[in-house]
Design a protein around this ligand. Structure first.
Ligand code: NAD
Length: 296
């Protein structure tokens, strides 16, 4: 039987771990104990220290940032001190390719496998078993971990060597941000010209300007008045920054990405880093003196 652990059981880690609990016993660890209660009732075994976690063969991580991953693994009392040769660490954090490659370099010298496997599709996609998982590692190691990742989701992809999963995930989210800002901009113009926002979005969705914002973001979260997507401005800001930092490193010109991040700052300045991404629509409403949400 595979010995499995999961560290970081927040909004995203918890549903990912719930999928693993359908098939395996899982050791769970989080600095916030209250996040472990539900998983314990589902069969998770709460573990109090990293030394015990290190007894497992496959250790999943879903932490806020790569800096936290680095200190958890390589810090003074870090996981690396206790790991045995042959262990696989599967990092589902939305992380930074540069830090990921650095950690992998250090761990590979000890015979430990480090894989970046970030996800896209939100907590709901995780629970449904459809979330996209982007695994960056050598092909032979990918074949070894793929059956385990398939317990979490049917949509598992090998993206290339270590770091490529984190690169692709951040690139995807930067593209999502650019498309969202561009769509809000054009729909604001059309509303200003007297067109109903529902009509504008419905027609674009059937025309050549369609994208995720016309298919999902606007109809489901803004035009419906729900104003909740379950993804914060802070997380989007982090992901855009990772992609833009990668662009600097690789000397790639990303003018639209930079501008979109700058426009996102207007929403962050007003609503903070914990605000839902739906609030970006309010910034466009205010700037252009229009209404995208329903009137009541
Ligand atoms: P979260 O803040 O809800 O969860 C993070 C968890 O990590 C918390 O339970 C926290 O207590 C724990 N933690 C922090 N430092 C720790 C440490 N040193 N040791 C042990 N546990 C520690 O965040 P989240 O929304 O679950 O996001 C986690 C990762 O998943 C992020 O990298 C995020 O970008 C990514 N992600 C989130 C979503 C989403 O919709 N929430 C979607 C895709 C990807």
């Amino acid at each position: 039987m595979k010995k499995i652990a999961f560290i970081g059981l927040g909004n995203m880690g918890s549903p990912l771990c719930q999928r693993l609990l359908l098939k395996y016993n899982v050791d769970i660890f989080d600095i916030n104990k209250s996040n472990l209660k539900t998983l314990e009732t589902l069969g998770g075994r709460i573990v109090k220290d990293l030394q015990t976690i290190a007894n497992n063969d496959f250790i999943f991580l879903c932490l806020p940032t790569s800096d936290i991953v680095e200190s958890l693994i390589l810090g003074d009392k870090g996981l690396a001190k206790h790991l045995k040769e042959g262990t696989s660490i599967i990092d589902m954090t939305t992380g930074e390719p540069k830090i990921t490659r650095k950690i992998e370099n250090i761990l590979s010298e000890k015979g430990i496998n480090f894989v970046d496997a970030p996800v896209s599709g939100g907590p709901k996609g995780a629970l449904n078993g459809t979330i996209a998982i982007m695994a960056g590692c050598k092909k032979d190691h990918y074949e070894k971990i793929k059956p385990l990742l398939n317990v979490i989701s049917e949509n598992v992809f090998h993206t290339g060597d270590v770091g490529s999963g984190h690169s692709l995930k951040a690139g995807n989210n930067l593209l999502n941000l650019i498309c969202r800002i561009a769509t809000f901009e054009v729909v604001s113009l059309l509303v200003k010209d007297g067109i109903d926002p529902n009509t504008a979005v419905e027609v674009i969705q059937k025309s050549s300007g369609r994208n995720y914002a016309t298919e999902i973001t606007l109809p489901d979260n803004i035009l419906s008045g729900k104003m909740f997507q379950g993804f914060t401005t802070g997380l989007m800001n982090k992901d855009a920054t990772i992609a833009l930092n990668n662009g600097e490193l690789l000397k790639t010109d990303l003018p639209l990405g930079k501008l979109s991040k700058k426009i996102l700052q207007e929403t962050i300045k007003k609503f903070g880093l914990e605000a839902d991404m739906s609030n970006v629509a309010l910034t466009f409403e205010e700037k252009n003196n229009i209404r995208l949400r329903p009137n009541n």
